[in-house]
Design a binder for this molecule. Structure first.
Ligand code: NAD
Ligand code: DAU
Length: 332
């Protein structure tokens, strides 16, 4: 039995990861989360108190981070400012949390010689043309587009430098777009599902031809666990489930699954600098660590996600009005 420190464990992917660790290992878990607007303590409140300890705090707080890392065997760092649209309105928390927060964690794991896994995104690679035959791989050069993706790229480079210069025992994963339960309603898929529950048309940025490579959050987290347990120190692994689809097709599928005409959506203002396409080649993860996704049919995972939002209105309702008010200001 070991002790995991999971940062950002009250956010979307982190909360699902805490559940994954509890269900699949006998480890103890400490969650460090600042409880920003993006968090929901309710996502982890029902978990067993004898296995999960919650600490409200900031990953930029060096003393707190050092104290928590002292007691940890493994650190898995999910905490971040994660939403591109917010980073275009105000980049400052992205620079602080994503860069300074990662720096503080790296200093602590360096001091205590603690195993560290860094959660990152495919957005560090920039975007691809729609007809590009290549997908992102571990050797694709970094070329981030937004303040969010630039801050994540910077945090990845800090990790690489701490591995090379100080021998920190770290791995990095860069994953594509996640969907599933407990995702904040600011994000594309839950926004459209909850709009439809509220009788509002889904909102498509621009023409809706941008492509994302969708993966169920449980598949992201099973890959993270494979890397934590069997990954080679210093290595980067790309995580993806061959789920490329353009936004228009995703909206049409949500509408159909929820019993509406497939064309009953609105076009709204596009995102400035909007990345056209992300696509992941996860061959290294699959061949080296034997990982494979469990959700191979996007429509099935999406239908289960729609059921979850229908059944858990009490979870998302408190965040819906403020989120839509922010989008309304941007004409989105
Ligand atoms: P999220 O916004 O849902 O959750 C982020 C969590 O981090 C929240 O609980 C928030 O309170 C916490 N947090 C923010 N600032 C903090 C700080 N200074 N100190 C402590 N806690 C803080 O994000 P998510 O979608 O779950 O993403 C988690 C991680 O996965 C991020 O690193 C993100 O870059 C990465 N990622 C996300 C996706 C995706 O599709 N959502 C894909 C690939 C990688
Ligand atoms: O690729 C991984 C990244 O995926 C993660 O690093 C980010 O944390 C995560 O937020 C996500 O980034 P995106 O910007 O791709 O996700 P978002 O859900 O904001 O948007 C998905 C696509 O849908 C994108 O092309 C913009 C579009 N969109 C979004 C919203 C909210 C719409 O068309 N309408 C919308 O209302």
């Amino acid at each position: 039995m070991g002790s995991y420190l999971i940062t950002g464990g009250a956010g979307f992917i982190g909360a699902n990861y805490v559940r994954h660790v509890l269900a699949n290992t006998d480890h103890q878990v400490t969650v460090l989360d600042k409880l920003t607007y993006a968090a929901s303590k309710a996502s982890i409140d029902s978990l067993p108190a004898d296995r999960v300890t919650f600490v409200q705090g900031d990953v930029c707080d060096a003393d707190l981070v050092d104290r928590l890392v002292t007691d940890a065997d493994v650190v898995v760092h999910f905490a971040a400012e994660s939403h591109n649209d917010n980073s275009l309105n105000d980049p400052s928390p992205f620079i602080r949390t994503n860069l300074v927060g990662t720096y503080e964690l790296l200093q602590a794991v360096r001091k205590h010689d603690t195993r560290y896994h860094h959660i990152s995104t495919d957005e560090v690679y920039g975007d691809l043309e729609l007809d590009d035959p290549e997908r992102f791989s571990e050797s694709t050069p970094y070329n981030p587009s937004s303040p969010y993706s630039a801050s994540k790229a910077g945090s990845d480079l800090l990790v690489r430098a701490w591995v090379r210069s100080f021998g920190v025992q770290a791995t990095i994963s860069n994953c594509s777009n996640n969907y599933g339960p407990f995702q904040h309603v600011e994000k594309f898929i839950p926004r459209q599902i909850t709009n439809l529950i509220d009788g509002i048309h889904p909102k498509l940025y621009g023409a809706g031809l941008n492509v994302r490579d969708w993966i169920h959050v449980d598949d992201h987290n099973s890959a993270v666990q494979a890397i934590v347990e069997r990954g080679v120190i210093g290595e980067t692994y790309l995580i993806g489930a061959d789920g490329e689809m353009n936004n228009k097709s995703v909206v049409e599928l949500i509408l159909t699954l929820m019993g509406h005409p497939a064309d009953s959506y609105d076009h709204v203002n596009d995102r400035p600098g909007h990345d056209m396409r992300y696509a992941i080649d996860s061959a290294k993860l699959r061949s080296d660590l034997g990982w494979a996704p469990a959700y191979t049919h996007f429509a099935d995972g999406l239908a289960a996600t729609i059921d979850w939002y229908r059944a858990n209105e009490a979870w998302w309702r408190p965040m819906k009005a403020a989120t839509e008010a922010k989008y309304a200001q941007a004409g989105q």
